[in-house]
Design a protein around this ligand. Structure first.
Ligand code: GTP
Ligand code: SPV
Ligand code: MN
Length: 591
């Protein structure tokens, strides 16, 4: 074992005082023993699905807590106006008090993990120290873990991460079903020294440190320094009926459709979608001047509610076995259920809080941010090149959000600079993926609002710069599956029908179809959006594909006021695009 690793482990063990320290090897027998242990301790409920477990979290620990997530750069301005900043020295002092003795009575697990295929030149290694077995078994699916990672590390650096649920156990005290410490939750990132400390929460991105903490917040800072991009994006392969394949990335905020799009079953005959990643992409220019993407993750931590054999059959097939479920409902025959899985709910369930549930109950049976964890390799639509060491070449990048109005179904950016502006301009109605007010519209640039490890203004600038370095520049598109009518119903069917939009994007990449210039970008001609076999009126299609200059004049005003928060860090390219948009919108609005 490398001396700096044992020193790190010893130092944290001295601080947190666990009863023992265990190095995770990643061996399947070892992980199976942990799963058994979790069941024996009544922490997990075994399911009738093979090797699958159900966990119920504490009701105070159900989603990422953005208000308790901090970026601790030396200077406040380097965290920027969209992050919670803390002075690194003060934060470290605070963390030392929080973690003092926090693992008493527990085991400290050492998880070496690789973000990206082991041995890929694009992969990076982290070491998470945690006192949560739930984290161990989830990290084993979400990342590549264990001895093989240490073997491949060589002399390279690693990102240290320390995680504690903040619930020391006294002698003879029984393990609570979901240990956590919500009052003291604190998720701290040190982008300059590349460290992560997470205290008090056992849930998702708060605790599985490879995901948002490393692969986005720390990696975005590394990527800025090294000239690449760490993004909240799915990666998908799209093959047309002639057999030509292109790869797309798509950036949507949390719970806005990445997993669903990445696993989409096209309704259009002859089209095929394959999955490379469903949440995070690391992108950089290849030697041939094309943009290449790898999925740094190895698993899927997917939103359960709304997932069904109709909406996402590939996900349903992926989770048939060897899956972990958190905060879903339990059926009388030891299986899982959630809202939207079937039209009719079962007659009786145990809900996510562990209480009896019948359909007349007003409460939801599963939590809106209930999740499944599963190895991506189990996904039937997994792309043959999903673990390619050099990544897959990207033809198009899609930006989207949940907008019940204003934003059309799809449009194309004029160029990279305009595309960067589109990414920076994303707003989206909030979801249950993070603590906050569901449905409230907020700016979420590049779907990175909670995940950018440095000043978001500098991040816009980095995007503009990256675009100058490539030879084959991907096209950039905006999409919105979430337009609603006056009665609050979605007017676009979404899910598999989104293949119609993918087809138009594909054809634009091929240069096979024209687009019409509008104030906001290049829109499809209505007849070019394949609506064959779709039960949708011409009027609705027009509504989905036209721009209302009055709404957009408001949008521009709102954006101008929003971008002010970046002050001097707002790059010229964004200002230029905003001015140009304003001019075009007022021209179109003129009588
Ligand atoms: P994170 O894992 O939080 O990053 O979420 P995600 O972006 O992967 O979102 P996901 O695909 O899990 O979808 C979230 C919710 O949006 C689910 O309840 C889906 O059923 C719903 N959803 C996904 N795609 C569509 C769509 O095309 N139309 C509509 N109406 N809903 C969708
Ligand atoms: C998200 O919120 O964007 C997720 C879930 O993908 S979590 O891992 O909790 O961040
Ligand atoms: Mn996500």
């Amino acid at each position: 074992m490398r001396e700096d690793i044992t020193r790190f482990v010893d130092e944290i063990a001295k601080l947190t005082e666990p009863k023992n320290v265990v190095y995770i090897t990643g061996d399947e027998a070892e992980l199976a023993a942990y799963r058994r242990q979790l069941v024996e301790k009544d922490v997990a409920i075994p399911l009738k699905r093979k090797n699958s477990l159900l966990f119920r979290s504490d009701p105070e620990d159900v989603a990422r807590t953005e208000g308790k997530t901090f970026i601790c750069s030396e200077k406040e301005i380097d965290a920027g106006p969209t992050n919670n900043w803390r002075d690194p020295k003060e934060m470290l002092k605070h963390l030392k008090t929080l973690f003092k003795g926090s693992m008493r009575g527990r085991t400290l697990y050492v998880i070496p993990y690789s973000m990206g295929p082991v041995g890929s030149p694009l992969a990076k290694v982290g070491i998470e120290l945690t006192d949560s077995l739930y984290v161990v078994i989830n990290m084993a699916m979400m990342t590549r873990i264990g001895t093989k990672v240490l073997d491949a590390l060589g002399d390279d650096s690693f990102v240290p991460g320390v995680h504690s649920v903040g619930c020391p156990l006294e002698e003879g005290e029984r393990e609570p079903p979901w240990p956590c410490n919500p009052e003291k939750t604190c998720i701290a990132h040190f982008p300059e020294t590349r460290q992560i400390w997470s205290f008090g929460s056992g849930y998702g991105g708060n605790a599985l440190l490879g995901k948002k903490c490393f692969a986005l917040r720390i990696a975005s800072a590394i990527a800025r320094d090294e000239g690449w991009l760490a993004e909240h994006m799915l990666i998908m392969g799209v093959t047309n009926p002639e057999g030509k394949k292109r790869y797309f990335c798509a950036s949507f905020p949390s719970a806005c459709g990445k997993t669903n799009l990445a696993m989409l079953m096209p309704t259009l005959p002859g089209w095929k979608v394959e999955t490379v990643g469903d949440d995070i992409a690391w992108l950089r220019w290849g030697p041939d001047g094309k943009l290449y993407a790898i999925n740094p993750e190895a698993g899927i931590f997917g939103v359960a509610p709304g997932t069904s054999h109709v909406s996402n059959p590939q996900a349903m097939d992926t989770i048939r076995h060897d899956a972990v479920f958190t905060n879903v409902a339990l059926t009388d025959d030891q299986d899982v259920w959630w809202e939207g899985m079937t039209k009719e709910p079962p007659k009786h369930l145990i809900d996510w809080r562990g209480e009896d549930w019948t359909p007349n109950r007003p409460q939801k049976a599963s939590h809106p941010n209930a999740r499944f964890t599963v190895s991506a390799a189990q996904c039937p639509s997994i792309d043959p090149d999903w673990e390619s060491l050099s990544g897959v070449p990207i033809s198009a990048i899609l930006f989207g959000g949940r907008r019940s109005s204003v934003t059309p179904l799809v449009y194309e950016a004029f160029d990279w600079e305009h595309g960067t502006f589109i990414g920076a301009s994303v707003s989206s109605e909030m979801t249950a993926a993070a603590a906050g007010t569901v449905g409230k519209l907020r700016h979420d640039p590049f779907a990175m609002l909670p995940f950018c490890g440095y000043n978001m203004g500098d991040y816009f600038g980095h995007w503009l710069n990256v675009g100058k370095a490539g030879k084959v520049i991907p096209k950039i598109f905006a999409v919105n599956w979430f337009r609603k009518n006056e009665s609050g119903e979605f007017i676009w069917p979404g899910f598999g029908e989104n293949s119609r939009v993918l087809k138009w994007i594909f054809e634009r990449c091929e240069g096979a179809v024209e687009a019409q210039e509008s104030a906001v970008g290049l829109l499809p001609n209505i007849d070019d959006l394949d609506s064959e076999g779709l039960d949708i009126s011409r009027e609705t299609l027009e509504r989905l594909l036209t721009i209302d200059p009055k709404e957009w004049a408001e949008e521009v005003k709102e954006l101008r006021s929003y971008f002010k928060i970046f002050g001097e860090r707002l790059p010229e390219g964004i200002k230029r695009s905003l001015d140009a948009l304003e001019d075009r919108v007022s021209e179109h609005a003129a009588p």
